[in-house]
Design a protein around this ligand. Structure first.
Ligand SMILES: Cc1cc2nc3c(=O)[nH]c(=O)nc-3n(C[C@H](O)[C@H](O)[C@H](O)COP(=O)(O)OP(=O)(O)OC[C@H]3O[C@@H](n4cnc5c(N)ncnc54)[C@H](O)[C@@H]3O)c2cc1C
Length: 377
């Protein structure tokens, strides 16, 4: 695999860099983590800016290398993160692009790309996280609608979402993986109640969602009825395979800042710390190469990332935790001050080995689907 830029890619990179240098200084100040309406407006505003400049379709329309250049350059320049657009842009959108009908693609994708609509993910339930096929939220057909009752938990951005990629059980008598359906549910439908949950870092990043006889048009079903597990695997492969990619670049940037801070405060004299920083630099470099490989493999096999995404997710989430543990070492006693940079990131880094499937589950996937080891050791 040749990883160097072609002349066209070099030109794309240069143009994007120039555009970012012009546009970033004009952005408004970022809202505080607790200001959800402000965060929604800010994140959608950035997506609209990208759209108007012709960069919005980089997640689905462009070549994989172009997408990686985009992620590399936006992160390097300190551009806003996808934020509230996370689910829509990085996994609901790609799932609809891969599995939706032409009418569904036309209905939802332009709004995600233009930054008009926010999506959330209603997969997990109180007794269905790692064992997602245990989900119990029921949906039954009534005329042109499904009627949905049950509850979801850990639904990130539910407070500001317009749509939810929702998993429901449509055939309770079928084997667990066969009776599930993937629906796009409007969050303003009657019977949807959102109750925010507060995280360790203090903000209400996610919520419980209660569903009481919510009517969802059958036209919002992506894939066939009872074939939702297959569609879900597509969503999860995007979630684990490509959704965290941009963050690797951010981690490389933070590592550079850490090294500078350690030089300034004298911690750099500690050879153990220097070795840790060096090892992490090598790890993030390797993760970036793995990303390039995963993304081009995905493109070669029809656009959907494979189980290699679990290798990436597993290593990335642990490397991220080590990065912010190292930041705490560099900060010393200041590492307890929530107003210092990196301190909230350290708290939130704990969630990365749980969200999108825990490390134990990723290890099982890698063992069975990448290494071909027998199931149920
Ligand atoms: C920050 C964050 C954001 C999230 N956002 C969303 C969201 O937007 N939408 C959504 O649907 N969900 C979301 N989740 C939920 C997330 O997907 C689940 O927390 C995750 O899948 C784990 O499920 P659980 O919490 O039910 O843990 P459990 O399944 O109860 O697992 C508990 C522990 O047991 C281990 N375990 C369970 N089964 C096995 C096994 N077979 N082998 C070995 N170990 C096992 C697990 O690894 C874990 O350590 C989010 C979670 C976090 C932390």
């Amino acid at each position: 695999m040749d990883l160097s830029d072609t002349p066209e890619e070099e030109e794309f990179r240069a143009r994007l860099r120039e555009w970012l240098a012009k546009v970033l200084p004009t952005l408004p100040a970022r809202p505080s983590p607790d200001d959800w309406p402000g965060r929604r407006a800010y994140d959608l505003g950035w997506q609209r800016t990208l759209h108007d400049a012709g960069y919005a379709d980089v997640h689905w329309g462009a070549s994989p290398t172009t997408r990686l250049i985009f992620l590399e350059e936006t992160e390097r320049a300190g551009a806003p993160y996808v934020g509230a657009n996370f689910v829509g842009l990085l996994h609901a959108g790609p799932t609809i692009a891969a599995e939706g009908t032409p009418a569904q693609r036309a209905r939802w994708l332009p709004h995600i790309l233009r930054g008009d609509e926010v999506w959330c993910q209603g997969f997990s339930e109180p007794d269905a996280g790692s064992d997602l096929a245990a989900l119990r939220t029921r949906a039954w057909r009534d005329g042109d609608d499904y009627v949905v009752s049950g509850s979801k938990i850990w639904t990130s951005h539910a407070e500001v979402a317009d749509w939810c990629e929702l998993l429901v059980r449509t055939d309770p008598r079928a084997p667990r993986h066969r009776g599930i359906t993937w629906l796009a549910m409007p969050m303003d439908a009657d019977g949807v109640t959102v109750r925010p949950l507060r995280t360790l870092a203090g903000s209400a990043e996610f919520a419980e969602v209660f569903l009481d006889e919510v009517r969802v048009p059958a036209a919002n079903r992506v894939g066939e009825e009872n074939d939702g597990w297959r569609v879900t695997l597509v969503t999860l492969s995007f979630e684990r395979g490509t959704a965290f990619v941009g963050e690797v670049v951010a981690c490389r940037r933070v590592l550079g800042e850490l090294a500078r801070a350690a030089r300034d405060n004298g911690r750099w004299d500690d050879p153990v710390l220097r070795r840790r920083i060096g090892r992490l630099a090598a790890e993030f470099r390797a993760l970036w190469r793995l990303t390039q490989w995963n993304v081009s493999e995905a493109e070669a096999s029809g656009g959907v990332p494979g189980a290699g995404g679990s290798v990436f997710k597993l290593r990335y989430s642990h490397a991220r935790q080590e990065l912010y543990d190292t930041a705490a070492d560099v900060l010393g006693p200041d590492g307890l001050d929530l107003d210092r940079p990196w301190v909230l990131d350290r708290l939130s880094s704990l969630s990365y080995t749980i969200a999108a499937g825990t490390s134990q589950i990723q290890r099982d996937i890698v063992a069975e689907r990448v290494l071909g080891l027998p199931k149920g050791r």
